[in-house]
Write a protein that binds this ligand. Structure first.
Ligand SMILES: [Fe+2]
Length: 396
């Protein structure tokens, strides 16, 4: 990330910076990796440490299935219109390991009446459907369909969406989510061959310090609980900040695809990285232009990663039975590839309008109990029958 500032800050850090009544603003330094990683300084009207009351923590988290079979898996979440009432109860983790988790979230309530902080993980929200505002201590970001919202841990935020369809894909990461290292120069600037650059990254735009007093509930996610803190002042009391650590938005529609004469490998679609996983964007693009090229992907054995695809828009040429909003999990240990008939059919195709998000993990993923209701029991046999009359197998 690059240096950014918003609002008012003093010319020199850690110096006297006074409000109009003569009192000092409260400086808060938000650091990562101790003091060795990126950081930002925030200036609050009220001390960020002052709390009004503490409520009982509430257990919160998914139930992992440890003995799920080695099986090609289709989670047919396409018909889901609501996964719960509010933002946190509607977050349904479907796949997880110790490095990351993958959730869907379609809350009935469009506005959060509390603040939320993830104290143990970075989050990436992919707005599949929805338009609204991401409101944090760092300011307001207007967000819409196709946006990735990248939220470093400890950022306090709430979401307000307009009426209409709302569907979020959420990736939570135990490690920092970063731009792709091979696309950065030694000072962190995105290079010419990167599929996107700093101009495509949208920082919070508007900072409106809230001076009101009352009861402000903040739910903090850490170690299997939501810890509930009540503040007497709004957490949105920041008058200015600067640094490298801040939430931002990047639209999948601003990802410039890399294409070639023959089939390009999945890393050309990489958009973000975390420890032991990557996030990739498959966007509308021209197909391969070698005269004998085969646009459909080859069969593939990934010996040390699990591949998750979330199908966002378009026709998914190499798959049958997949719908908008579906997931597939192709685990390491099994080859996966185009469905019967789709390879020949792809020859001569000039372009694709597909839009998909892929999460490749370098350690196995586990489904959760919430995932089971979406398992398409016919999917493991879907490569076998040329006519597409899938044979059912036992649901795990
Ligand atoms: Fe693959």
């Amino acid at each position: 990330m690059y240096y950014h500032r918003l609002g008012i800050i003093p010319p020199k850090r850690h110096t006297q910076f006074r409000q109009t009544d003569g009192s000092l603003y409260s400086e808060e330094l938000v650091t990562s990796e101790g003091f060795s990683g990126i950081y930002s300084s925030l200036y609050h009207i009220n001390p960020p440490t002052r709390i009004k009351s503490l409520k009982e923590p509430v257990k919160y988290g998914p139930s992992k299935i440890n003995d799920y079979a080695l099986r090609q898996t289709h989670l047919n979440t396409s018909k889901v219109t609501s996964t719960g009432d509010d933002y946190l109860s509607a977050r349904k983790v479907l796949l997880m390991n110790n490095d990351c988790s993958i959730s869907i979230c379609s809350p009935k309530q469009r506005r959060m009446d509390y603040f939320y902080k993830n104290a143990e993980g970075d989050e990436v929200l992919f707005v599949h459907d929805g338009k609204g505002k991401f409101i944090s201590q760092f300011g307001i970001l207007d967000v819409k369909q196709g946006d990735y919202i990248v939220i470093p841990r400890t950022v306090i935020y709430k979401l307000e969406f307009e009426e209409g369809p709302l569907r979020l894909l959420i990736i939570e990461s135990a490690s920092p989510v970063e731009t792709v290292k091979r696309y950065r120069n030694q000072l962190g600037q995105l290079l010419e061959h990167s599929p996107y650059c700093e101009r495509d990254i949208r920082a919070p735009q508007e900072l409106v310090p809230d001076t009101t007093k009352g009861d402000y509930l903040m739910k903090i996610k850490k170690q299997g609980y939501l810890h509930q803190y009540v503040y007497e002042h709004s957490p949105l009391d920041v008058v200015g900040w600067d640094g490298f650590l801040w939430p931002y938005a990047f639209s999948i529609h601003d990802f410039e695809p890399i294409t070639g004469r023959i089939h390009q490998p999945p890393p050309v679609h990489q958009t973000f990285q975390g420890h032991n996983f990557v996030i990739c964007s498959f966007v509308p693009r021209l197909f391969d232009y070698h005269p004998l090229s085969i646009p459909a992907p080859y069969n593939h054995s990934n010996i040390d990663s699990d591949e998750v695809l979330y199908y966002a828009e378009g026709n998914f040429m190499s798959r049958r039975g997949i719908e908008r909003g579906s997931f597939t999990l192709h685990p390491g240990g099994l080859p996966h590839g185009p469905h019967p008939g789709t390879v020949e059919k792809s020859i001569g195709a000039k372009e694709t309008h597909e839009l998909a998000v892929m999460i490749d993990t370098f350690r196995p993923l586990y489904p959760t109990t919430d995932a089971l209701e979406f398992v398409d029991s016919k999917y493991p046999m879907s490569w076998t029958d040329e006519k597409g009359g899938f044979k059912e197998v036992n649901t795990p």
